[in-house]
Write a protein that binds this ligand. Structure first.
Ligand SMILES: [Zn+2]
Length: 308
């Protein structure tokens, strides 16, 4: 056996030793059962997507607003309060219920870390349009926060910020897994960039165009891709008869072919407008758990409506 062969065998022994040891590591350092998982609570399903992409099997995620529930009128249920006492981190996103309930959560679980997962995102005004601007009375709100758009998670740019906030908090909570979290985060960012590019291509010829939604959830998305959102709802409220009439005029003028609704809202007003202007009603879901695939699906739906 010459020196070269010895060297190769040596390398193989080292290689297998490393593989063997790293395979043994988790079971040696204690069983990685669910009890040892990080316990994390989030407000909405898209946040669960980020937490799971970054922390994978190392985390149990408790979601406050469940599938099909209305996020803006949501209130925690007693059994959710119970599971919150197990949580180490609560990732907030700026939903209405958080203002009242987060202080109560802190009372029942003083060690709970409250992390604003939307930290660093500049909130934009809620979409309004000509139908509402003339209205002096009614929906004008004194509270400036109420006039700002809470749907911060619905754009790839903002998603990157949310993911980074979550990465930082999880790495601080479990520094022993920081490298793994970072690697998962890097993969997520790569995926976001790919989808972002594909959406840009899908919407590239449609800059400046207007799409109509019932609930104004897509303002950040519209801003990132140079589209304009026209909302049927005004500040979270159903439109008045005169607002509805004005919306019909706008929809005719803008040649709207599709009105987008979401699963948690009644579609009656959207359907009334659609009948008047001979448009379709289609569903896009701002709260789908597969956040990234959902953004791409929404982009395709908007493009189809605008290309029609
Ligand atoms: Zn909403």
């Amino acid at each position: 056996m010459n020196l070269k062969h010895k060297k190769i065998i040596g390398i193989f022994i080292i290689f297998f030793a490393v593989v063997f040891l790293s395979a043994c590591q988790p079971s040696n350092s204690g069983s990685s059962t669910n009890e040892e998982n990080l316990q994390v609570t989030v407000s909405i399903l898209p946040q669960a997507y980020f937490v799971e992409r970054i922390a994978g099997d190392l985390v149990d995620v408790n979601v406050m607003v469940g599938p099909g529930e209305e996020a803006h009128t949501y209130e925690p249920k007693p059994e959710q309060m119970k599971s919150l006492t197990q949580s180490q981190i609560l990732f907030t996103i700026g939903l209405e219920y958080e203002n009242i309930w987060v202080p109560r959560f802190e009372d029942i679980n003083p060690s709970l870390k409250i992390i604003d997962s939307a930290k660093g995102i500049q909130r934009i005004p809620l979409s309004s349009d000509h139908a509402h601007e003339d209205e002096e009375e009614g929906h004008d709100d004194e509270d400036s926060e109420e006039g700002l758009d809470p749907h911060v998670w619905l754009s790839p740019d903002n998603g990157r910020v949310i993911a980074e906030n979550i990465l930082n908090a999880l790495s601080e909570l479990a520094p022993q897994h920081a490298d793994e979290f970072q690697e998962n985060f890097d993969n997520l960012v790569e995926d976001i960039e790919e989808v972002d590019l594909r959406i840009e291509t899908t919407l590239s010829d449609l800059a400046g165009q207007k799409f109509m939604v019932f609930h104004p959830a897509w303002g950040y998305f519209a801003r990132q891709y140079n589209l304009e959102e026209i909302a049927v709802q005004v500040g979270g409220q159903e439109p008045s008869a005169s607002e509805l009439a004005a919306l019909i005029q706008i929809a005719k003028k803008e040649n709207i072919k599709v009105i987008f609704v979401q699963p948690t809202f009644s579609t009656a007003n959207a359907e009334a407008i659609a009948r008047e202007i001979n448009a379709q009603v289609a569903v896009v879901d701002p709260l789908a758990e597969d956040w990234l695939a959902n953004l791409e699906a929404a982009a395709k739906a908007f493009a189809t409506a605008l290309n029609d």
